[in-house]
Design a protein around this ligand. Sequence first.
Ligand code: NAD
Length: 350
Amino acid sequence: MKNNATALTTRKKDDLIVVTGAGGFIAGSLVSYFHNQGFTNIRAIDKKPLPMWYQRTAGVESLSLDLSDRENCERAAEGAVEVYNLAADMGGMGFIENFRVECLRSILINTHMIEAAYNAGVDRFFFSSSACAYNTTLQKDPNVRALKETDAYPAMAERGYGWEKLVSEMFCQEYTAERGMKTAIARFHNVYGPNGTWDGGREKAPAALARKVIEAIETNDPNITIWGDGSQTRSFMYIDDCVKGIDMIMHCDELIATPINLGTSELISINDLVSLVEDIAGVKLKRVYDLNAPRGVAGRNSDNTFIKQVLGWEPDTSLRIGMQKTYQWIKQQYADRKAGKVTTAGYKDN
Ligand code: NAD
């Protein structure tokens, strides 16, 4: 198998690794991943107050800072060898279709953070882009052709969120081209798993559907409401694959300043995802389709030709296995919340 993650071998266990957005889902899991690998000098940052973070890893410097502020970015980047910039105001379709201003304002985080990283002399800078950066005109059919990296241009990204990602990708590329900083850019396709948002308005389809099935069982409701007609298709990547992929992409010299898909190519319709969750839960519900709800593009899948070619690897956790773990975790969260315990990833903030 090909392994181009050359820089992994040169990184030292006490090099300072900075992870932004660490009070959220993916960055929180990334912190835990690095900590488990024996890295001893990790700085985790999020604007949320510490008690609201989804995960806190013991022994990690955890700071509550708003990174849309330049000085806070400078504080965050101080002494860093690597910066993983995952902080963003984001959520599932319900959030990104209704809060475009908030999504666009993440440009403040990205412009200040990359400049601060450059001024701090970091060795590598990672940016979490999204499949929402792809041209939406290529995503009008549920039976879509999978999106390859060149499909972002000519540009017609998702309004707000997708355009912000595309511009921030360009920042990374120009910081490499003009200033010589090594940047890495991964376009994530829907990520799901334990410790992700499962309630409150920012959750994505896998967590939302798992919660709805649990709610239906708990309340003896025979119905489940589905956004759109359920024919929309997507691919979903399990969190463990996502953090592993981030590490590999960041340390591959062939991928410097080169956007790459990070997702699975296992396409599934929302209707089939509902059936999968029902199967895991051992229940069958009556489907009610809300045709006025946000539904996003008709279809979207990840073409993994490039990642397989460069890294000799692609995310490979099956949706059934990943959803079983996610379902059990949300079921426990639901029970904990019902028992009066604090469940931050299911916190309702709007
Ligand atoms: P998340 O909402 O769980 O985490 C993002 C975190 O960023 C939140 O904890 C939030 O408080 C923090 N944040 C927002 N504004 C901030 C600010 N001004 N200063 C400091 N922190 C701030 O989301 P996630 O799913 O973990 O996503 C992480 C990254 O991956 C984001 O950049 C997102 O756009 C990208 N992404 C995620 C997915 C997905 O399916 N989850 C798909 C594509 C791209």
